[in-house]
Design a protein around this ligand. Structure first.
Ligand SMILES: Cc1cc2nc3c(=O)[nH]c(=O)nc-3n(C[C@H](O)[C@H](O)[C@H](O)COP(=O)(O)O)c2cc1C
Length: 204
């Protein structure tokens, strides 16, 4: 068990960019690797179905990805200060994993992208932690020993990685150097934590 599941939803690509930086951090840890997965959009049209395999980008997540991972990084764009329905819909289908305790004791981190700087990054990150805590996961954040947390002029929070896309009148911005560095640091910290927990369990 040496995979970190980097699971995200992204409509316009900003959260996906953050996910790839987190995956880079995971892959920098010896013995660990990122398993990047996404979820399909939910639709109010019940007849609309998505193909099993998306046209581009990473595959859609399956429930077994949760069972097989050593840790989880969960990402969503902010939607009215909360996670997107598509990701919540996937999480609402994890009752079998909740019943079996498949995620209990595993570490988890969260990340988000917002259109505005004060439009709900922290509320989204905190609310994304709630279902993970119900699953018994252990939340891994970003410590202030990461100096960019103090100096960033864009995203990056102790609660998780974040990105300020500046949508609206501005053209959307890609992730800044600070946002990327903090996302990489979070991915690496999550992977190290998961590796140490697995090794500890094996030694016990
Ligand atoms: C329905 C909807 C609700 C949104 N709510 C917020 C919000 O509460 N705060 C905010 O700053 N941005 C909000 N946004 C903007 C997105 O969070 C932002 O564009 C984000 O960068 C999109 O990420 P993506 O490129 O991964 O899809 C909203 C966008 C949509 C479509």
């Amino acid at each position: 068990m040496n995979d970190i599941l980097v699971l995200y939803y992204s409509r316009h690509g900003a959260t996906r960019e953050l996910a790839l930086a987190i995956a880079q951090g995971v892959d920098s840890v010896t013995g660990m690797q990122a398993r990047v997965r996404t979820v399909p959009p939910v639709s109010t049209v019940c007849e609309a179905t998505q193909p099993d395999i998306p046209a581009d980008g990473p595959p859609f997540a399956e429930l077994r990805d949760l069972e097989e991972c050593a840790g989880l990084a969960l990402g969503s764009p902010t939607r009215f200060g909360n996670m997107a329905a598509s990701l919540k819909y996937f999480l609402d289908g994890t009752t079998p994993q909740w019943l079996s305790g498949a995620l209990a004791g595993k570490p988890a981190s969260v990340f988000t992208s917002t259109g505005s700087l004060h439009g709900g990054q922290e509320s989204t990150l905190l609310s994304m932690m709630l279902p993970l805590l119900h699953h018994g996961m252990m939340i891994v954040g970003i410590p202030y020993t990461e100096s960019r947390l103090t100096t960033t002029q864009s995203g990056g929070t102790p609660y998780g990685a974040s990105h300020h896309a500046r949508t609206g009148d501005d053209a959307p911005h890609g992730i800044t150097a600070d946002e990327k560095a903090l996302a990489i640091a979070l991915g690496a910290r999550l992977a190290r934590t998961a590796r140490d927990l697995v090794r500890g369990a094996q030694a016990a």
